[in-house]
Write a protein that binds this ligand. Structure first.
Ligand code: SF4
Length: 338
């Protein structure tokens, strides 16, 4: 920002005024920036477009979860979920880092779309900036479409804007970045960023995990664990593991034992997530009793284990489903008009 204003011959302190207006005040036009001279505002407006890219649509669940659909400047669809938790005064925003995804996870709707683009910093920040809840968001999770470490630089730049004094002032521990386990990204992130890290694990066994997450063929569970164990975590931070439970695939006692072995001695949090199948799906939902028993067995072995509440089940909550439907719609209307 400082460089941008200086290049226009404007004094560098104006950069600070600009960040206040853009991020703190959510200004949509230069006209409201009354502490910046008219000449400078004109110069800025001639060179830099500001404002938000509003969502195309929103779906609202009976539980208060909202799913926003955005169209990026390059014409791709991305999803953002607003997840309120009134019991804990927490409002979480689940943001996308890419349109589509390259990782090809077997259970994921986004994967079925293939990859379209890495989101720009603007596209990432816009997911917060352009929604009516922008001022009440307490937590941000990079768990939407895309693999954040495949778009590392833009994700990190976005995090700087989200956490810094000049930006949205969201606490670093209130932001979680979730990865399938891109080891170079994990190492860089742990050294360069103080936000939380979540690993999508889904199985403690290499071969079985590779079937769910093909990237496991490149970065094995053993590589991920070595990277995590080598890092000096200090007392403040520890990794969490996402574990989506698929009936008959990764929800047995053998998997509990495997997890205990893989995570042995590691201070971490395990989040169990009940998979919700849709008709025709090859994966089925593990019964809640089985999920609870799985949690209890892990807890008894000393692992902090929680079950993530399923939210927004009535609004195509599965990541990638809404944008896939939208893509099909657009392709259909394109074909019809052809
Ligand atoms: S689960 Fe995440 S990383 Fe895997 S394909 Fe879907 S969006 Fe990509």
């Amino acid at each position: 920002m400082t460089q941008a204003v200086e290049q226009l011959g404007i004094k560098s302190y104006v950069a600070k005024q600009l960040t206040y207006w853009l991020y703190n005040a959510g200004a949509q036009s230069y006209d409201v920036m009354t502490n910046i001279s008219k000449d400078n505002r004109r110069l800025l407006a001639e060179n830099y477009k500001i404002g938000v890219n509003p969502p195309l649509s929103v779906k609202i669940s009976i539980d208060g979860t909202k799913k926003y659909l955005f169209k990026t400047e390059r014409g791709n669809y991305i999803e953002t979920a607003f997840i309120p938790d009134n019991n804990n005064d927490r409002n979480t925003l689940c943001v996308s880092s890419e349109a589509g995804c390259k990782m090809g996870c077997a259970f994921c709707y986004t994967a079925k779309q293939g990859f379209q683009e890495k989101l720009s910093v603007h596209d990432i920040i816009n997911q917060l900036n352009a929604i009516p809840e922008r001022n009440i968001i307490t937590n941000i999770v990079f768990m939407g479409m895309g693999e954040p470490f495949d778009n590392y630089d833009n994700v990190l730049k976005s995090i700087e804007i989200l956490t810094s004094e000049y930006g949205f002032k969201i606490g670093k521990r209130k932001i979680t970045v979730s990865t399938v386990g891109i080891v170079p990204g994990i190492k860089r992130f742990l050294n360069e960023c103080d936000c939380n890290l979540a690993i999508s694990l889904h199985s403690p066994f290499e071969e079985e995990r590779s079937r769910l997450i093909p990237m496991n063929e490149v970065y094995h569970i053993s590589d991920i664990m070595s990277a995590l164990r080598e890092h000096d975590w200090g007392k403040q931070r520890f990794p969490s593991f996402e574990y989506i439970m698929f009936k008959g695939i990764n929800d047995s006692d053998r998997h509990v034992k495997g997890l205990c072995k893989v995570l042995n001695g590691m201070r971490c949090l395990i989040n169990l997530i009940q998979y919700h199948s849709v008709p025709g799906d090859e994966f089925q939902t593990t019964d809640m009793e089985v999920v609870k028993a799985f949690r209890d067995k892990l807890s008894n072995k000393g692992f902090s284990t929680t079950i993530r509440a399923s939210r927004g089940l009535d609004i195509e909550a599965a990541c990638g489903l809404l944008s896939t439907l939208k893509m099909r719609d657009s392709e259909y209307s394109k074909k019809s008009s052809d």
